[in-house]
Design a binder for this molecule. Structure first.
Ligand code: ADE
Length: 456
């Protein structure tokens, strides 16, 4: 992962001075060779890390992926652990491995089923990439994982961090794995003025840890994992850092100079996230109190998931009325429920919620399906949040009716293949347990929305 050949051209002490000067002058333009030279120099004067490894041996959390050296299982855990806490990941990890015990099983599984197993973990592109990677390992590598970081980087969806983690943890390769936690630990130990989200600072951290690994002073897997663990449980962000419990407190330069809670420095987002305005309709069939859900497009954000019907932008009562008439519904009662915001990684939905009671056109009537029938048909269709258990509720009754989505879309292929020509599902919660209350459903579809919480 780093150019050791280049590094020999730089005597460590001089290189460090040159590179630090260059970082200050023009941080974005440092070459890979300069960074590697800086990493080598920093590693040479780095404090002794044995106390960290001892602490890890004695105090590490007992997590299921720490009992294996199977690269497939380690890869899976690392992907699940991106953006998600270890305690949340454990049941998903175990269930996923029951469904797909080997990389070949994952490669052969239908994507919709894989997404179903991922349901609730969020960041669904991870599941799509995982399956694409499994196909590559199965078809191009004959089912055997590459053992080096360079080889692993060729697997679709595997980036520098994951390549380093799998290479070191499964194959004991001396290569670093720098995620946000590890970068924070290194930043504080060296008291570097690094900034969150800064690519150059991350590269500096990677060069440093690669050099520490290549020094051969520590076992590769435990070195990476002990840094990950320290960042996760002790060297926490900001004021949450628990310095008195840290095995490296005596040598941590940020602690000695009182900078811990200010490092790494917060990022300054130069461009605000784009905002999309959406108006969601909680569309209720007055006759039987069923609610309408429609399927999102087969690609893009939350692809294939169900949500409440929505209109683009902020809309007036007249526009809602017109939209409903176009669907063949007759509006009986319309209430504005309030605003809500849903923040994604790259986009914010600025939402309005409306409750609309309607009557359905005559021809849309039965057939009604029981929950188990519809779950059979839609068994592999992903739903957001915790909705899987709600759909498994045996007392629910579903029915599909003809529905023209606001955005012209074909029904998703799995829906069409299951014999559904329509895109809307009407769901009757009337006899469901109390946990299936109106706001709970709303919350499971738009988790984290402050305005939704206020509707509770
Ligand atoms: N976060 C990322 N990788 C991890 C690991 N191997 N153990 C615990 N938390 C992690």
């Amino acid at each position: 992962m780093s150019g050791t050949g280049d590094r020999q051209a730089f005597p460590a002490g001089r290189a460090a001075a040159v590179v630090v000067k260059a970082i200050k002058a023009e941080p974005g333009r440092l070459s890979a060779a300069d960074l590697a030279a800086w990493g080598a120099a920093a590693a040479e004067s780095w404090p002794e890390l044995q106390p960290l490894l001892r602490w890890f041996g004695e105090h590490k959390r007992d997590l299921p992926w720490r009992h294996t050296r199977d690269p497939y299982k380690i890869w899976l855990s690392e992907v699940m652990l991106q953006q998600t806490r270890a305690q949340t990941v454990i049941p998903y990890y175990q269930k996923f491995l029951q469904l797909y015990p080997t990389v070949q099983d994952l490669a052969a599984a239908p994507l919709a089923e894989v997404l179903k197993a991922w349901e609730g973990l969020g960041y669904y592109s991870r599941a799509r990439n995982l399956q694409a990677g499994a196909e590559y390992v199965t078809e191009t590598c004959g089912g055997t994982f590459p053992q080096t970081a360079a080889g692993l980087l060729k697997v679709p969806g595997i980036g520098r961090y994951t390549a380093g983690a799998v290479a070191s943890l499964a194959f004991a390769q001396p290569v670093g794995a720098v995620d946000g936690n590890v970068l924070r630990v290194l930043c504080r130990l060296g008291n570097y003025p690094w900034q969150q989200g800064n690519t150059h600072d991350r590269r500096a951290g990677e060069a440093l840890l690669d050099s520490l690994q290549q020094s051969g002073r520590y076992p590769a897997g435990p070195l990476n994992e002990s840094l990950i663990e320290l960042g996760a449980v002790i060297c926490r962000p900001g004021a949450q850092a628990d310095c008195p419990a840290c095995p490296l407190q005596a040598v941590c330069k940020a602690r000695i100079s009182g900078q811990v809670k200010d490092l790494p420095r917060p990022s300054r987002r130069l461009t605000p996230l784009p905002e999309e305005q959406r108006s969601f309709l909680l569309l209720i069939n007055q006759a039987d109190q069923t609610w309408c859900f429609v399927q999102r497009p087969a690609s893009g954000l939350l692809a294939g998931f169900y949500e409440f019907p929505s209109l683009d932008g902020k809309v007036s009562q007249e526009e809602i009325n017109r939209y409903l008439e176009e669907q063949g519904y007759h509006l009986l009662k319309l209430d504005y429920l309030g605003p809500g915001r849903q923040i994604f990684t790259h986009l914010i939905w600025d939402c309005d919620f409306w409750r609309a009671e309607v009557s359905l056109p005559q021809e849309s009537g039965p057939p009604e399906l029981t929950a188990s029938q519809i779950c059979g048909k839609l068994g592999s269709t992903p739903l957001p949040g915790r909705s899987e258990s709600q759909l498994a509720e045996p007392e629910l009754v579903y029915r599909t009716v003809s529905h023209k989505p606001a955005h012209a879309e074909e029904p998703a292929p799995e829906l069409a293949a299951a014999g559904f020509s329509q895109t809307a599902i009407w769901l009757n919660p009337a006899r469901a347990a109390a946990r299936l209350t109106f706001p709970r459903i709303l919350q499971s579809f738009l988790p984290g929305s402050g305005a939704v919480d206020s509707l509770l």
